[in-house]
Write a protein that binds this ligand. Structure first.
Ligand SMILES: *Cc1c(COP(=O)(O)O)cnc(C)c1O
Length: 360
């Protein structure tokens, strides 16, 4: 492989497209004749404002974002959104959450600090190995929103169908599936994503929010935690994460130039099929989750034996496949195959695992 890079199966921060990294490398000492890198540049400078505006415009094009939605770049990664969502959207009613794993649990725990929370469906009974039926949820009339984690990164499950929210607004944490396939933005009130899984460097979230949902927050709400603060100042109330905006902008453009989200979906489905077909044919390796709910991005699996799993992690690492260890909370193995993972990476991993199994 060029540059001696490894196939990096990390759940995040994760691989970025190589052509994007090359462009960034070429611009790092002198960004387009400015005599400085983007890291060293004022966020109020003409050069940076155009980086920002292009990033927003490209993301709008890529996701076909309607005019009545704002795109915000907010610092604090994904975790900050666990608090921002209830601080901004939970009024005097109830916040409804679907509990499908570690990330929705964190969101639930945070929301409980700010008001009444109702868990309207859960897959805790089977260790979050499936997406519960959300076709007829008991949503109270005074629900302020319905919240889902659309792809549970740690457990490896994803929604194939959005919940019926009974007319209430849907809020989705898309962190580990953002831009992996087309998305009908109008189905949501808020979409947010920590960018370090499928887009760029860590430390920032993209928030796509319907304009009428941006408004008053409780008196005690920190100024930085109000969506209005960010919306009113075009994400530059304070110094934004300029580097992340720049890198994400490059990825947005790269995706546009490479067929957009339809093309990404086709590639991602092909990659996931290669991996899951292998799992289904293997005697040694088993998938952890209900096949119908398998994530296209995070493939969780195990040999069923902790020591054997460890041996597999060590063997794969030695062979140039990095970060296959499952999350510490669930154990086992996990191959995260985001947009930037080439199909050859998945094929090479599958070949390696097949051979590992054959030599047992
Ligand atoms: C990684 C992740 C988060 C948290 O992101 P941080 O930037 O580490 O705070 C939240 N939700 C999901 C689904 C994630 O995968």
């Amino acid at each position: 492989m060029k540059y001696d890079r490894v196939f990096n199966f990390s759940a995040g921060p994760a691989m970025m497209p190589e052509p994007v990294l090359e462009e960034i490398a070429a611009e790092v000492l002198n960004y387009r004749g400015t005599g400085m890198s983007v890291m060293e540049m004022s966020h109020r400078s003409k050069a940076f404002i155009s980086i920002y505006e292009e990033a927003i415009a490209d993301l709008r094009k890529l996701m076909n974002i309607p005019d009545n939605y704002k795109v915000l770049f907010v610092q604090g990664g994904g975790t900050t959104q666990f608090a921002m969502v209830p601080l901004n959207l939970l009024k005097d009613g109830v916040a409804c959450y679907v509990e499908t794993g570690a990330w929705s649990k964190k969101a639930i725990a945070e929301a409980k600090k700010y008001g009444e929370v109702k868990v309207v469906a859960s897959s805790a009974d089977k260790n979050f190995s499936y997406i519960p039926d959300c076709s007829d949820l008991d949503i109270p009339d005074n629900a302020d929103y319905v919240y889902i984690c659309e792809n549970e990164t740690i457990h490896g499950i994803t929604y194939n169908q959005l919940p019926d929210t009974k007319g209430k607004i849907l809020v989705s944490d898309q962190s580990s599936m953002f831009l992996s396939k087309p998305c009908n933005v109008e189905d949501y009130g808020v979409i947010w994503a920590g960018v370090q899984k499928n887009v760029g460097p860590a430390g920032m979230a993209v928030v796509i929010i319907r304009e009428d949902l941006i408004g008053d927050v409780p008196e005690f709400c920190p100024v930085y935690m109000s969506y209005k603060t960010h919306a009113d100042k075009d994400s530059m109330y304070n110094t934004p994460n300029t580097w992340a905006i720049y890198c994400c902008g490059k990825v947005f453009k790269y995706l546009l130039e490479n067929g957009g989200l339809e093309a990404m979906q086709a590639k991602n489905e092909a990659k996931a099929k290669i991996f899951y077909d292998f799992l289904d044919s293997s005697e040694l390796f088993k998938g952890n989750v209900n096949p119908a709910d398998r994530s296209l991005m995070n493939c969780t699996f195990t040999t069923g034996d902790e020591e054997e799993d460890k041996a597999v992690v060590a063997a794969t690492k030695a062979a140039g496949f990095d970060n296959l260890k499952g999350h510490r909370s669930v154990g086992g193995l996990r191959a995260s195959i985001y947009n930037a993972m080439p199909q050859e990476g998945v094929e090479a991993l599958v070949d390696f695992l097949k051979e590992y199994e054959a030599n047992k």
